[in-house]
Design a protein around this ligand. Structure first.
Ligand code: NI
Length: 226
């Protein structure tokens, strides 16, 4: 699980929220596949609405350019982000995300390797509404400040607990990774993050850094499928 802090600035969050206040929301069940529909109770912004499509594109651009997103997911394809809203009492019970998703208005499909939630509500605007992810080390409960995001393996069972007060607005998306093996992807991310922290050290040895870069890129070459 990877936390991306400040993916969006305070101003950008405000712009997303102002736009989302003016677009139509539909019942989230309409877009849930199979068994997920029976546990899904939220609202989802109309993905065909021009303004929603524009917001999705802005967020797509942000994701594709963010070094930590790129290093963590090694994305080959990113699903156009959807915007959802949980009002008081709304919830989304335990489910797994569909493995294969058809990209909107396209004949292409995407295999979901990584799922992402971008939080658009400030923590003091709602209560409850935790993203709960089952991991090998038990349940992880997540609530992030507006503008921050969480990336987690699509293979995990997860849910959103009932909102008990206020309203929780978020964007969600899925990514197909160039490296489908989760363990290898995680190890590559670890290596990347170690290299990044070395780069930030003033006394880092240039030649050793080049060597590590070399290893990193050769591993990507070996394990990516594009
Ligand atoms: Ni889900």
């Amino acid at each position: 699980m990877i936390v991306i802090e400040n993916l969006l600035s305070v101003d950008e969050v405000a712009q997303f929220r102002a736009n989302l206040a003016e677009v139509p929301f539909n019942d989230g069940k309409e877009t849930a596949m199979g068994m997920a529909a029976s546990v899904k109770n939220n609202g989802q912004a109309d993905a065909q609405h021009p303004r929603v499509m524009q917001l999705a594109n802005v967020l797509l651009g942000k994701l594709g350019n963010h070094p930590k997103v790129v290093a963590g997911a090694l994305p080959q394809r990113i699903f156009p982000p959807c915007f959802n809203r949980y009002s008081e009492t709304q919830t989304y019970g335990y489910h797994v995300d569909a493995a294969i998703m058809r990209l909107p208005n396209s004949a292409d499909v995407l295999r979901s390797d990584m799922s992402m939630t971008v939080f658009l509500s400030h923590l003091d605007e709602y209560e409850g509404g935790e993203l709960v992810i089952q991991t090998g080390f038990g349940e992880q409960r997540i609530r992030c400040e507006a503008g921050s995001a969480i990336l987690y393996p699509s293979s995990s069972l997860h849910k959103v607990t009932p909102v008990t007060k206020g309203e929780r607005i978020a964007a969600i998306t899925w990514m197909q990774s160039m490296v489908s093996d989760q363990q290898i992807r995680e190890t590559l991310f670890q290596l990347d993050q170690s290299i990044q922290s070395l780069i930030n050290e003033s006394n880092a040895n240039r030649e050793q850094l080049d060597n590590l870069h070399h290893v990193y890129h050769n591993l990507i070459r070996k394990f990516s499928v594009v």
